[in-house]
Design a protein around this ligand. Structure first.
Ligand code: TXA
Ligand code: MG
Length: 315
């Protein structure tokens, strides 16, 4: 789908209203959330959702997250339960997505769920995203605003370079604070299950639930379609757990392994998460293979390592 041009909107009232009008007419708007930029369309409008898949070049079996303005809006779409209550009151608004059974008369296009009987819902924390959701007044389907399989965008500039000419507008609200996609929890079965590690550490979820999480199994993999192994991929090859760098490589450091860019010199995983996609974009632009220092696997390190393994996976 070719657009004449992609306009960049700011965060003024008038610009947010313009974005809401585009959405009401079935158009697409990329917008900042606290995790990554999302490519939004009206979740109840099949044409709008089809445009999202088209703009991203995304395989149509990969279901989307419905972003909501409030817990009430989420409850109008899915069968709420006690797990959802506990996690939403602890972490919403925030970087957590809940997968729950669809309700009758939910009104969401089956292209959002890719035909599943469950729906992923999320109440984002970013203030501009929340204002847009309130103005729009309905659920916004939004995958990350990158061409399918490429590095996720954490600035409006990343979105522009990936999707310019393919979408009408980008709402620029600055860089994303968290920098990693939301943690996805499956709550449609007896036990809460982690479907994707992300911007909310697993340890925080376990503390709120008062129990350890069942680990991800083959069955869960099938119930979270679209978790393709090669994903978040730079153009160049990626080498993990590198402590030194070959002559032809660029190095992404962490802690006292320095590199060309360092995710966090002090070894802070929160800082590393916020820098991850921006630094991958920068190193990717050099066209050289990328060597990446080891990252610890606790807290946000679980999601960082998940993204890095996908970036390094055979294409
Ligand atoms: O932080 C985020 O979650 C960002 C921002 C924009 O909100 N969005 C995002 O969306 O990462 P996306 O489309 O790149 O990833 C959504 C993932 C998909 O990989 C899919 O597997 C999973 O959510 N998903 C969506 N609906 C599902 C469902 N009904 N059951 C299981 N998994 C689902
Ligand atoms: Mg994505």
């Amino acid at each position: 789908m070719e657009q004449d041009s992609t306009i960049i909107l700011g965060t003024s009232d008038a610009d947010i209203e313009r974005a809401a009008v585009i959405l009401r007419h079935g158009g697409l708007v990329a917008f900042a959330t606290e995790t990554v930029y999302g490519l939004g369309g009206d979740a109840r409008n099949g044409d709008a959702v089809a445009r999202i898949y088209e703009a991203k070049g995304r395989p149509s079996f990969n279901p989307l997250i419905a972003h909501v303005a409030s817990v009430e809006m989420a409850k109008s779409l899915v069968e709420w339960n006690l797990w959802a209550d506990r996690l939403a009151s602890a972490f919403w608004p925030g970087p957590l997505t809940l997968v729950l059974p669809l309700r009758d008369n939910h009104g969401v296009s089956s292209l959002v769920t890719a035909g599943l009987s469950t729906l992923a819902v999320r109440l984002p924390a970013n203030e501009i995203a929340r204002t847009l959701l309130e103005r729009f007044g309905g659920p916004i389907a939004a995958p990350s605003a990158n061409p399918s399989g490429r590095i996720s965008p954490t600035t409006a500039g990343h979105v522009f370079s990936g999707l310019q000419g393919r979408i009408p507008a980008i709402l620029d609200a600055g860089p994303c604070a968290v920098g990693l996609e939301s943690t996805i929890m499956g709550l449609a079965n007896e036990v809460p299950t982690l479907l994707r590690p992300g911007g909310l550490p697993i340890e925080a979820i376990e503390a709120a639930l008062g129990q350890p999480l069942a680990s991800r199994s083959e069955t869960d993999l099938l119930s979270a379609p679209g978790q393709l192994l090669s994903h978040y991929a730079p153009n160049a090859s990626v080498r993990l757990n590198a402590t030194t760098c070959f002559d032809n490589e660029k190095m992404l450091g962490f802690g006292n392994i320095n590199g060309d860019l360092n995710l966090s010199k002090s070894g802070d995983l929160r800082e590393a998460a916020a820098n991850l996609f921006e630094f991958l974009h920068q190193l990717d632009a050099t066209g050289k293979p990328i060597a990446i220092a080891p990252i610890p696997t606790a807290g946000l390190g679980v999601a960082i390592n998940d993204r890095l393994h996908r970036a390094a996976a055979p294409r």
